[in-house]
Ligand binder design. Structure first.
Ligand SMILES: Nc1nc2c(c(=O)[nH]1)N[C@H]1C(S)=C(S)[C@@H](COP(=O)(O)OP(=O)(O)OC[C@H]3O[C@@H](n4cnc5c(=O)[nH]c(N)nc54)[C@H](O)[C@@H]3O)O[C@H]1N2
Ligand SMILES: Nc1nc2c(c(=O)[nH]1)N[C@H]1C(S)=C(S)[C@@H](COP(=O)(O)OP(=O)(O)OC[C@H]3O[C@@H](n4cnc5c(=O)[nH]c(N)nc54)[C@H](O)[C@@H]3O)O[C@H]1N2
Ligand SMILES: [Mo]
Length: 750
């Protein structure tokens, strides 16, 4: 079977018509329509069709006009020569520590053509690069969780009970941020079978009860919904913990057996240390949930089996550690932690794989080698890195010196989509001497580059796809040819490597097809049950056999059963409820755990709305924006923001018309629509819009509708330095008059 694999899953290639079509994979119970969008991009006007250089860069403007300049087409030979010469100049003059190759983003599901792997191998061979650590998805939790339960569980959801157990035990699920099924369309590296919908149905059919607490009723795929103010979840959780302690519902002997720090925690919650007693009355105005409801919920958590689920979005915020820590506290005090199918889960439905009982296809990537440069930044500190070279930031109890970057190289990511406070990024981004970007389409990041190399789309090359959190491996076939002159990232980097005398070291004399077969051989070595290459190519796919039940690790179950025999890898061997480092002061926020911080703390309270920026249902971030599904989701070419009808009225606006969302960081043009599923006091603009600042009526307005024009870039805390997209406050205001929008002058940023 001829298949195409993407982050949205697997598709059968149908070549019976005039042009190829993608059909749902027959083994997928809930296929996503999104992957078909690749075909719409193959000849889309946004495609980059040949290498381009920014005019000012060729003239030596030092970056001044970056993002607001015109481009000059180059031959691939000339562009490769220029890129190699610039890399060589920077490393000779400033050392490899002046090259930033972090290149965060969701490039290709295919393992060979994974652009970051390709770029990092290339830059490593060229002497190394400054890298980026952690993710935008889960960066705050990844730093926090090892302090609480040990490093083994820092991966997203590593200590989750699996769905089969959850369905069997039927716990009451208290879900903060919910389980949007649109998010489970996606898995990094793809999948053969989307199973989340099926698990939710099975849970409902088994009579399982679920309550979602979130600012948007659409986050509740089933069960009940209760509105909560964004960024206040930790307050609700600590108030429930207060009820448990106050009403004597905590089995203190059991808590002491499993944890350390209980006395300090109790003092905090009861108001005997660090601020007010965290009572339901205290939490009610902060969360918008009546005190009596919080009290009832706490009692319900100890009445029977219960599971607390956390959307990843909760920790993508200022003080984003707090809800994750407070949820663990609540799971422990309610006696649920480590009970079969109960306790705590992170990100059920955030991506397709989470919660599936399966064996993971961890496999060999395209080998990157060992980067000789050890300098790194936490991934979301990119703007600060550019603004303050040589200065230090705190990170996870240590101090990091920010590198002095002269050359940025990006392949397979879109920082002008994903990073916070984009107008500030645009200013800082002018500081390096050179920016090189490999892209398929003219994203805002490509427009902010000096040298742009066109890349073939995932649908324009052969590959194998396998997700490290999933059990399917897919032979992904080229669906269409790339436009004339457009090559794979591997081919482009091979050309550049040629000029540096590194070509042989880079491609080792193998063709792309030989590399792909060799990668597959690596998977076979790790998982001998996989079919041989020829069989695999003929079938198009393979899947690891189901694990036997004993193989499905339920990590905290073993610990709870016998904490002595199965200790955690924490200093105490037990759950650390109050690690010292996390109680130490943060110069901006107070301690990551113990100070009361609702995530919009520090924002202008006069701004009436909390901004939600969830993942877009119709795209993967900014990807496939030209596809019909994404086009259909726009109104009059504008991204759609939604708010409760009362908020639109309060702003003196009418629903279904253009409007501005604004704060001191910027302004975004959107179509505002009324939706009473959204809690009052919030406005939602999903991510994915293409940042496009224009000067209108004397101010810069992002006409592309990217929420990151408005989000705050402060880091979640000085502990984790994660992204801080949650917790921005904004106002709604009238859009500029239509005649002004029409003559908007397009250029590069505030
Ligand atoms: N406000 C706010 N901001 C957020 C978030 C949020 O919730 N709110 N979420 C954050 C999260 S969790 C994430 S993961 C990020 C996502 O941010 P990104 O991952 O950077 O977003 P994408 O739009 O997927 O960018 C991938 C880019 O790589 C390109 N690409 C794909 N495949 C290839 C390839 O093979 N070769 C090359 N050269 N290019 C390729 C695509 O065209 C696209 O432009 O956004 C973060 N930003
Ligand atoms: N279709 C599609 N699916 C995707 C992606 C995509 O771009 N498109 N991106 C993928 C990626 S990279 C990631 S990391 C995951 C992200 O997975 P998540 O982080 O779980 O997803 P989000 O959509 O950011 O947020 C989920 C919900 O949380 C709610 N929420 C936001 N802030 C708060 C809060 O403070 N409290 C409470 N209680 N609720 C809150 C919002 O209403 C939102 O709908 O999604 C993945 N899935
Ligand atoms: Mo993500």
């Amino acid at each position: 079977m001829e298949l195409f694999a993407s982050h949205f899953g697997t598709y059968e290639i149908d070549r019976t018509g005039e042009t190829p079509r993608l059909r749902p994979f027959r083994h997928d119970p809930a296929p996503s329509p999104l992957g078909e969008g690749f075909l719409a991009l193959s000849d889309h006007p946004t495609r980059i069709r040949q290498p381009m250089a920014r005019r000012g860069w060729l003239d030596g403007d030092g970056g001044a006009a970056r993002g607001a300049d015109s481009f000059v087409p180059l031959s691939i030979e000339r562009a490769s020569e220029l890129a190699a010469a610039e890399l060589d100049r920077v490393r000779r003059t400033h050392g490899n520590g002046a090259i930033f190759g972090g290149s965060y983003g969701w490039g290709s599901a295919g393992r060979f053509h994974h652009p970051q792997s390709q770029l990092k191998r290339f830059l490593t061979l060229a002497g190394g690069f400054v890298s980026a650590r952690n993710t935008y998805s889960y960066g705050t939790a990844k730093v926090l969780i090892p302090h609480l339960v040990g490093p083994a569980y820092s991966d997203p959801g590593a200590f989750n009970p699996t769905w089969d157990r959850i369905v069997a035990e039927r716990p009451f699920i208290l879900s903060f941020g919910g389980m949007r099924l649109s998010n489970a369309q996606v898995e990094a590296g793809g999948t053969g079978a989307h199973r989340t919908r099926g698990w939710l149905t099975a849970f409902a059919q088994a009579g399982g009860e679920m309550l979602t607490l979130s600012p948007d009723r659409r986050d509740a795929p089933q069960g009940d919904h209760l509105a909560i103010h964004a960024g206040s979840d930790a307050c609700a959780m600590l108030a429930m913990a207060h009820v448990l302690i106050h009403e004597g519902l905590v089995d203190e002997a059991a808590v002491r057996r499993l944890t350390t720090g209980y006395d300090a925690l109790k003092a905090l919650i009861l108001g005997q240390a660090d601020g007010p007693a965290r009572t339901p009355d205290w939490a009610a105005p902060l969360t918008g949930i009546p005190a009596a409801t919080l009290t009832q919920l706490a009692r319900k958590l100890v009445a029977g089996p219960a599971l607390i689920n956390l959307a990843w979005s909760l920790q993508r915020a200022v003080a984003g550690e707090q809800p994750y820590w407070a949820a663990l506290v609540l799971a422990v005090l309610s006696g649920q932690i480590g009970q079969p199918g109960c306790g705590l889960a992170c990100g059920l439905s955030a991506v397709s794989s989470v919660g599936n009982p399966l064996r993971r296809l961890r496999g060999p990537a395209f080998v990157q080698g060992t980067n000789p440069v050890s300098d790194f930044i936490p991934v979301a500190r990119i703007t600060e890195m550019l603004e303050r070279p040589g200065e230090t930031i705190a990170y996870n109890g240590a101090s990091l010196t920010l590198p002095d970057i002269r050359l940025i190289w990006w392949a397979g990511g879109n920082p002008f989509h994903h990073h916070q406070d984009l107008n500030r990024l645009a200013r800082a981004w002018r500081r390096p001497e050179t920016v090189i970007v490999q892209e398929s389409v003219w994203t805002a990041t490509a427009q902010h580059a000096d040298l742009v190399f066109p890349s073939a789309l995932p649908s324009e090359r052969d590959d194998i796809a396998a997700a490290s959190r999933d059990d399917w491996i897919i032979r992904s076939s080229k669906v269409t040819e790339p436009p004339a002159g457009v090559e794979t990232d591997h081919a482009v980097l091979s050309r550049i490597a040629e000029h540096l005398g590194l070509a042989e070291a880079f491609h080792e004399g193998r063709s792309e097809a030989e590399w792909i077969a060799q990668l597959y051989a690596g998977y076979c070595a790790a998982f001998p049950e996989l079919p041989d290459w020829d069989t695999f190519c003929a079938t198009g796919h393979a899947r690891l056999s189901d694990p036997v039940p004993e193989e499905v690790i339920q990590p905290l179950e073993a610990f709870r059963a016998d904490p002595q025999a199965s200790p955690l890898a924490t200093p105490s061997g037990r759950i650390e409820l109050m690690p010292a480092l996390l109680r130490a002061a943060d110069s901006r926020l107070g301690a990551p755990l113990t100070r009361v911080v609702v995530s919009d703390a520090g924002e202008d309270p006069a701004l009436p709305l909390r901004l939600l920026s969830p993942q877009p249902a119709q795209r993967l971030h900014s990807q496939l924006d030209g596809a019909p599904i994404a086009e259909d989701a726009r109104r009059d070419g504008l991204e759609v923001a939604r708010a409760h009808p009362d908020e639109i009225r309060a702003a003196g606006l009418i629903a279904g018309a253009p409007a501005l969302l604004s704060n001191e960081r910027g302004a975004v043009l959107v179509m505002i629509e009324a939706d009473n599923r959204l809690a009052p006091g919030h406005v939602e603009l999903p991510t994915g819009g293409w940042y496009a600042p224009r000067r209108i009526d004397g101010r810069w307005i992002d006409c592309g509708g990217n929420p990151n024009t408005l989000t705050r870039d402060s880091g979640s805390s000085e502990l984790s330095q994660g992204p801080s997209a949650g917790g921005a406050r904004v106002r709604l205001e009238p859009a500029p008059a239509p005649e002004h929008l029409g003559v908007a002058q397009s250029a590069g940023g505030a």
